[in-house]
Design a protein around this ligand. Structure first.
Ligand SMILES: Nc1nc2c(ncn2[C@@H]2O[C@H](COP(=O)(O)OP(=O)(O)O)[C@@H](O)[C@H]2O)c(=O)[nH]1
Ligand SMILES: [Mg+2]
Length: 346
């Protein structure tokens, strides 16, 4: 290891000491945090510096799903000594406080970890991109289902329409914090500092081109992450290709993510928190498995016809509930066929 390279303490890497003790390691091992994951190779940061890491064979052999592999944000135990390829070996993943999962953009129903040990998910939008409420709902459900606090960030506050969009979110979701930021002018980007700090991990997500990486650079105080020009059709180039965690001088860490072309739900436990006005009626339906389509004595449909809830929101709620049910069925079939294949092996 290069003796001049920087090292990071647990607190600098976002460990929350008021909530839990940092484990002690014997001298051959150390604990670091995964800052980059790329096709099974990892970069980790910790008291032994920034290192390249690979999985210990035992950990790799015992992994059965995507969730068993280290992800950006994970605290991992690793050997201090590097292999001949200069990599240290990750032997264990510490228990996660939170795990942001989406459905992998694949045919098979498998999960993909976006980031772990995240406290706040900053969902970034900007007025130069069309408002997609359905997409926002999926981000919010994902955050709540992952035990992460969502904050909506309306970036590019220099553009017309920002205030209206922010106010719209505040009205629709009175309990969710909404920030207006600007990545390129003045000190407004610093509004985002309200949600960063010692012991906190903030992950930024949202469509490509809304300015996530620009905000990360502002927080870092220098242009470390590449940012992209927005094309005439409003979409950004996909300049951020990998998730990466950065340590902030002012305390805490931030994780930049590439814009997701689609966000499909993996978990749905947060659904009712995103649709409180609808979930209020769900329990009053006659059938506990009511799909709110045409069942008799459906309290949701009654509330809809009396104008207490809005039709687009009910449709969105129905669609997401349907997707989640479908996903559970697909997972069951997938797991069963996996078991069959395993059992059929000689
Ligand atoms: N007008 C304006 N443009 C911004 C702002 N923040 C970022 N941009 C521009 O938006 C484009 C996309 O930014 P980038 O950070 O790469 O977006 P990302 O894909 O979300 O990471 C770049 O051309 C930025 O210069 C802002 O606050 N105002
Ligand atoms: Mg980016």
């Amino acid at each position: 290891m290069d003796d001049l390279s920087p090292v990071w303490s647990a607190i600098e890497l976002g460990w929350n000491f008021s909530q839990k003790k940092f484990p002690e390691m014997d001298s051959d091992y150390s604990i670091s945090r995964v800052s980059v994951e790329h096709r099974g190779a990892y970069e980790i940061m910790g008291e032994t510096g920034q290192r390249e890491a690979a999985l210990d064979t035992r950990l790799r052999d015992s992994a059965t799903t995507q969730l068993d592999y280290p992800a950006v944000g994970d605290w991992v135990i690793h050997s201090k000594n590097a292999q001949h390829d200069r990599r240290v070996l990750i032997t264990e993943i510490l228990q996660r406080d939170s795990i942001i999962i989406r459905r992998a953009p694949k045919q098979e129903p498998i999960p993909q970890v976006v980031a772990t040990n995240v406290d706040i998910l900053g969902i970034v939008t900007s007025a130069d991109q069309p408002l997609d409420e359905r997409r926002l709902e999926r981000y919010l459900v994902t955050a709540f289902s992952s035990r992460v606090v969502p904050v909506v960030i309306v970036n590019k506050s220099d553009l017309k329409g920002t205030v209206e969009r922010a106010d719209y979110f505040r009205t629709q979701y009175p309990k969710i914090q909404v920030l207006e930021t600007c990545g390129i002018h003045g000190s407004e980007a610093l509004g985002i500092q309200e949600i960063t700090g010692d012991g906190l991990t903030v992950a930024l997500t949202g469509s490509s081109g809304v300015g996530k990486s620009t905000l990360v650079n502002r927080l870092l105080g220098e242009d470390i992450v590449r940012t992209g020009e927005v094309r005439a059709d409003g979409t950004g180039r996909h300049t951020t290709v990998r998730r990466q965690m950065f340590v902030l001088d002012a305390g805490g860490v931030v994780i930049d993510t590439p814009g997701l072309r689609e966000l499909q739900l993996w978990g749905g436990s947060g659904l009712n928190l995103v649709f409180p006005e609808i979930s209020e009626f769900v329990d009053l339906c006659r059938f506990s498995d009511c799909s709110h389509n045409e069942e008799p004595e459906c309290a949701v449909l009654e509330a809809l016809s009396s104008g207490q809830i809005s039709e687009p929101r009910v449709n969105a709620y129905r669609d997401l509930s349907h997707d989640l049910k479908e996903l559970r069925t697909q997972i069951e079939i997938y797991e069963r066929s996996k078991r069959h294949r395993r059992d059929a092996r000689p």
